[in-house]
Design a protein around this ligand. Structure first.
Ligand SMILES: [Zn+2]
Length: 484
């Protein structure tokens, strides 16, 4: 089965055929360095990270370019508020975001470029657009793209450009001939940061940045252009207009857009103060918990983060790694069979899910089927198959950035988190278990039960085995059905 992707440009699922056999040129819009990155930024970065990793998994040589907008109005305003240099502020923000994305197991793109590293490419691009009659400069030193000069305008967002309003509205920007026209170059105001240009000192508009960088690193036509759904209009529409006006060629064959993040059903916004920063979730959860929660959603639909959702996946990740720990222990003298039947089945199921427009949701629900199988194999004492399934899961699901951590590390991390929350130590738990054992030997069931209940109030569950009593944490969520 071949890969099918939903192309926003054609509004249908299409077979993915790259421009050049075996190679994929992909561009995704990156982050504007105007503040701390939030979970919406993480969502987009994780999705395009998975798309890149999957394309590589099925054999493509992928060149993935992502930009950082390091000069724009918001950055300038923020830096002014803080009394710092805007470039220093942007660089500091980029460094912090890079570290956070790396903690989320998001690989670095092949090429990461800052807007300010490509100013001369953008100036050249704009000069060519003026030469071709697609852009004009004003007395103030601004340059605008002339939307009416590009007849395909609106093809991505499926908008019909309405000319009836032209010239009716009062233009806020002096020299702009039509409301729909957008800035390619902005003249520098007062003490703003600027670069020299044929139109005087100024800085590039936001849209031109992605067209210039995409073309610089990937060529005039690329295979995949990605970004959040909120970028379709005007950002991506404008990228198409300026790029295709310049070259006369299609800018990107496939346009892929991810859905947006909602928090308890509402859009994240400053006024609601419901934004979730990446650093906040990283402080609370293992990166895999964040990844699996976000990827369990289909990338094209909105992701609704409801209270308690991370705990559901935290519990699942915890249980998977406990199984992995057990398999490592039972199978320590066995070698994994890399060509096992289980590997073939897991790989084939994974490809089937992912070839259907990167359906990570199905790929993740498959994991829990394999967990069921492992639980059956434990009863059958079929250790070799357990070892083989674990090997397949670790090596296939690394495409989603899942299941590749050291089991003990994840188990300890989650366990310690809940011990800390419930203010109890391992030593205390072990002492209480010894005390309970003594009561049991004395047949003082009342006191023994009291200890069990006290531990349970701290969310510690004890299990009496034939040889010894073991304890575990009880992650605070209740799931109606399922295996966990
Ligand atoms: Zn962009």
């Amino acid at each position: 089965m071949s890969l099918k992707v939903y192309n926003v440009l054609s509004r249908k699922k299409e077979e993915f055929i790259p421009l050049e056999e075996g190679k994929v040129k992909m561009y995704a819009c990156g982050i504007t360095a105007s503040g701390d990155a939030h979970i919406g930024h993480a969502y987009q970065a994780i999705i395009f990270d998975v798309i890149k990793k999957y394309l590589e998994y099925i054999g493509y040589d992928v060149t993935y370019v992502r930009n950082y907008t390091d000069v724009d109005d918001k950055i300038i305003i923020k830096a002014r508020e803080l009394g710092v240099n805007p470039m220093d502020y942007a660089n500091k923000t980029i460094k912090k975001t890079d570290e956070e994305l790396s903690r989320l197991f998001v690989d670095k793109p092949t090429i990461e470029s800052k807007a300010t590293e490509c100013i001369s490419d953008m100036i050249f691009f704009i000069e060519k657009l003026i030469e071709k009659g697609h852009a004009y400069s004003t007395e103030n030193g601004d340059v605008f793209f002339k939307v009416s000069s590009f007849s395909d305008y609106g093809k991505l967002s499926n908008r019909i450009v309405d000319d009836s309003l032209s010239g009716v509205r009062i233009n806020i920007e002096p020299g702009k001939l039509d409301d729909k026209d957008f800035a390619l170059w902005k003249n520098a105001k007062d003490d703003e940061i600027y670069w020299e240009s044929p139109w005087g000192p100024g800085r590039p508009g936001w849209h031109i940045e992605c067209s210039a960088m995409g073309m610089k690193y990937l060529g005039e036509t690329i295979d995949i252009h990605g970004g959040g759904r909120d970028l379709i209009f005007p950002h991506h529409e404008n990228e198409i207009a300026q790029s295709e006006s310049l070259t006369g060629k299609m800018f990107s064959k496939y346009w892929l857009h991810n859905g947006l993040i909602k928090v308890n059903g509402q859009k994240m916004s400053k006024s609601l103060n419901n934004g979730i920063l990446i650093e906040e979730v990283l402080d609370l959860y293992n990166p895999e918990v964040i990844r699996i929660t976000l990827l369990e959603n289909n990338y094209r639909s909105d992701m609704n983060i409801v209270d308690g959702i991370f705990e559901i996946y935290e519990s699942k990740i915890y249980n998977i790694y406990k199984l992995f720990y057990l398999i490592d222990d039972l199978g320590k003298n066995l070698k994994s069979n890399k060509n096992s039947e289980d590997f073939k089945i897991i790989d084939s199921n994974f490809r089937k899910a992912m070839n259907n427009d990167f359906n990570t949701s199905v790929a993740i629900s498959d994991i829990f089927e394999y967990v069921n199988t492992i639980n059956k194999l434990i009863k059958e004492n079929n250790i070799q198959r357990m070892v083989d399934i674990k090997y397949a899961l670790v090596n296939i699901y690394k495409v989603l950035g899942l299941l590749g951590q050291e089991p003990n590390k994840v188990i300890e991390e989650i366990k310690n988190k809940y011990l800390k929350i419930n203010n109890i130590s391992e030593e205390k738990i072990n002492n209480m278990i010894i005390k309970r054992q003594r009561y049991k030997e004395e047949k003082n069931w009342n006191e023994a039960d009291k200890i069990r209940d006290e531990l349970y109030s701290k969310r510690i569950i004890i299990k009496d085995g034939s040889k010894k009593t073991e304890w575990d944490i009880d992650i605070p969520f209740k799931q109606k059905n399922g295996n966990f």
